[in-house]
Design a protein around this ligand. Structure first.
Ligand SMILES: NC(=O)C1=CN([C@@H]2O[C@H](COP(=O)(O)OP(=O)(O)OC[C@H]3O[C@@H](n4cnc5c(N)ncnc54)[C@H](O)[C@@H]3O)[C@@H](O)[C@H]2O)C=CC1
Ligand SMILES: N[C@@H](CC=O)C(=O)O
Ligand code: NA
Length: 437
C-alpha cells in the first residue's frame, strides 16, 4: 500500500472529535477503500489542553489553524471550524497551495461557494462538502452522481436536526422549546450560534446547496425565503395533531412553470406521509426526478460521528482522485461550470399551497360563520376545521385547513379575518405540504 495521506484537521469540536475517532477505529477498512492509509498529522485547537473524547497522542496540536494549513506534513485539509471567518481564508490558503479541502461548513459553501469553487478550479484542486447537507446522509453524492440522468423536479426535506429534535420533543414529551433546544445543544446537534438553527438560516444554507446541485443554478443563499420555528407554539402542534398532521421544519426547492420555489418554513404534513414520521435528529429528503420518480434519503442529520461519516467519505474520494485530472472529476455543483445558469426565483406571494390557520375568537354566536364566509368569498375552501371550546372566561380557538391557494389571496383572507371584531390576538398560519403519490 502507498504512503499515508496526512490530514490537517481544523477544529476539534463535536465533528472534529468524531472524525478522529472514526478514522482511528476504522483505519484499516478506510485504507483498503482509499488505497492508502489516512492519518491526521496535525490539528488546530483554540485550547490545546482541553480534555477531548478522542486519542490525540499521535497528532501535533497547533493553536493557530494557519500553521496546520501551511505545514509541510499536511497533504489535505479538513475544515471543521464553521462560519466564514477565519474558515474562508484558511480554505483559500489550502487551495492556493494545491491541497484538497474537505469541509462541513454549509454557511461558507452556501454564501461563498461560488468564489471558493472558482478558486479551486483555478488551482486544479478540490473542495468536497458532503457533510454540509444532512450530516451523514450521502445526499450530495446521490444528487450529483446517482441522479445525473434526471431533470430534477423537486427536493423537499427535513434538513435541520436541531429543529426536528425540538419539534419532536415538544410533540412527544410535551417539553417547552427552551428545554428541547438545550438538549439539542448538549447532544452536539446545534450550531455554535443556535439561532442559525431555530431561525431557519442553517436549513436555508443547506437548501441553497441542494437547489444548486439539483437545478444547475448558482448558489444564491439570499434568494431563499427563510422562516424558523421560534413562533411554533405547543397548541399548534396539538391542533395539527388533532387535524391529522405533524409540524416539521421543511426545506422546499421546487421547479415550476415560471421559476423555482426556494423556501424553508415550518409546515404541516399529513401524518401518513413519510416525512411526518421522521423524528428526533433524523433528517429525510425526497428528491423527485422525471425519470426515476421519487427517491428518499433518511438518516442522522447531525451529531459527531454521523457527520464524521460524510467527512471521511469525502476524504476517501479526495485521496482516490488525487491523480485524476480536474476536468475528469465530478463538478462541484453537479453541472459543468459553464452550464450553470440562474433561474427566476418565485416570490412567496406567487406560491400556491394549502394552509393551516389558527384563530382565537370571542365565544360568540356567528364568529365561525364570519370566518368561513371570508374564505368562501375569496374562493378558498375549508378542508377541515376544529374548534377548541373555551374554558371559563377564555377565548375559543378555531383551527382550519384550507384548499390550495396562492399566497397573495390567502394574505388577503388573513387580513380580513384579523380585522373581524370578534377575532383576538393569537393568530397563526402555516403552510400545508401535500405530496402526490
Ligand atoms: N455538529 C453537527 O452535527 C454538524 C456540524 N456541521 C458543521 O461542522 C462544522 C463544525 O461543527 P461542530 O463540530 O459542531 O462545531 P464545534 O463548535 O463543536 O467545533 C468547532 C471547533 O472549531 C474551533 N474554532 C472556532 N473558532 C475558531 C477559530 N477562530 N480559530 C480556530 N479554531 C476555532 C472551536 O474551538 C471548536 O473546537 C460547522 O461548520 C458545522 O456547521 C455539519 C454537519 C453537522
Ligand atoms: N446544526 C445542524 C447540524 C448539522 O448540519 C443541524 O441541527 O442540522
Ligand atoms: Na450529507
Amino acid at each position: 500500500m502507498s504512503d499515508p495521506i496526512r490530514v490537517g484537521l481544523l477544529g476539534l469540536g463535536t465533528v472534529g472529535q468524531g472524525v478522529v475517532r472514526v478514522l482511528q477505529r476504522n483505519a484499516e477498512e478506510i485504507a483498503r477503500r482509499a488505497g492508502r492509509p489516512i492519518v491526521i498529522s496535525r490539528a488546530s485547537a483554540r485550547d490545546p489542553n482541553k480534555a477531548r473524547d478522542c486519542d490525540l497522542s499521535q497528532v501535533a496540536i497547533e493553536a493557530d489553524p494557519m500553521r496546520v494549513v501551511t505545514a509541510d506534513d499536511v497533504d489535505l485539509v479538513v475544515e471543521l471550524i464553521g462560519g466564514e471567518t477565519p474558515a474562508f481564508v484558511l480554505i483559500g490558503e489550502a487551495i492556493r497551495r494545491g491541497k484538497p479541502v474537505v469541509t462541513a461548513n454549509k454557511a461558507l459553501v452556501a454564501e461563498r461557494g461560488n468564489e471558493l469553487f472558482e478558486l479551486a478550479r483555478g488551482a486544479g484542486t478540490m473542495i468536497a462538502y458532503e457533510a454540509a447537507v444532512a450530516g451523514g446522509i450521502p445526499i450530495i453524492k446521490s444528487i450529483r452522481e446517482g441522479l445525473a440522468a434526471n431533470r430534477v423536479l423537486s427536493v423537499v426535506g427535513i434538513i435541520n436536526g436541531t429543529c426536528n429534535y425540538i419539534l419532536t420533543q415538544m410533540s412527544l414529551r410535551g417539553i417547552d422549546f427552551g428545554t428541547a433546544l438545550t438538549e439539542a445543544q448538549q447532544l452536539g446537534y446545534a450550531e455554535a450560534d443556535p439561532t442559525f438553527d431555530v431561525e431557519g438560516v442553517d436549513a436555508a444554507h443547506k437548501l441553497t446547496i441542494l437547489a444548486s446541485i439539483a437545478f444547475g443554478i448558482p448558489l444564491a443563499f439570499e434568494r431563499v425565503a427563510c422562516e424558523g420555528i421560534a413562533r411554533i407554539q405547543s397548541q399548534d402542534i396539538e391542533l395539527a395533531k388533532a387535524l391529522g398532521y405533524r409540524i416539521k421544519h421543511l426545506g422546499v426547492a421546487k421547479r415550476g412553470m415560471d421559476g423555482v420555489e426556494l423556501r424553508v418554513q415550518p409546515t404541516l404534513i399529513a401524518d401518513d406521509q413519510l416525512l411526518a414520521k421522521v423524528d428526533g435528529v433524523l433528517n429525510a429528503i425526497v428528491v423527485h426526478g422525471d425519470a426515476v420518480g421519487r427517491t428518499g434519503y433518511y438518516g442522522r442529520g447531525a451529531g459527531g460521528e454521523a457527520t464524521a461519516s460524510a467527512v471521511i467519505a469525502d476524504l476517501v474520494d479526495a485521496v482516490r482522485s488525487l491523480d485524476t485530472p480536474p476536468q475528469h472529476r465530478v463538478p462541484y455543483l453537479a453541472f459543468q461550470p459553464d452550464a450553470i445558469a440562474p433561474m427566476e426565483v418565485l416570490p412567496l406571494e406567487k406560491i400556491e399551497s394549502a394552509y393551516y390557520l389558527r384563530v382565537c375568537v370571542a365565544d360568540e354566536p356567528g364568529v365561525l360563520r364570519s370566518i368561513t364566509s371570508i374564505l368562501a368569498e375569496l374562493d378558498i375552501s375549508v378542508e377541515a376545521i376544529i374548534q377548541k371550546e373555551p374554558r371559563a372566561a377564555e377565548d375559543a380557538v378555531v383551527a382550519i385547513i384550507t384548499s390550495v391557494v396562492q399566497e397573495a389571496r390567502f394574505n388577503e383572507a388573513c387580513a380580513r379575518i384579523e380585522a373581524l371584531p370578534s377575532v383576538r390576538s393569537g393568530f397563526s398560519r402555516l403552510r400545508v405540504e401535500h405530496f402526490d403519490s
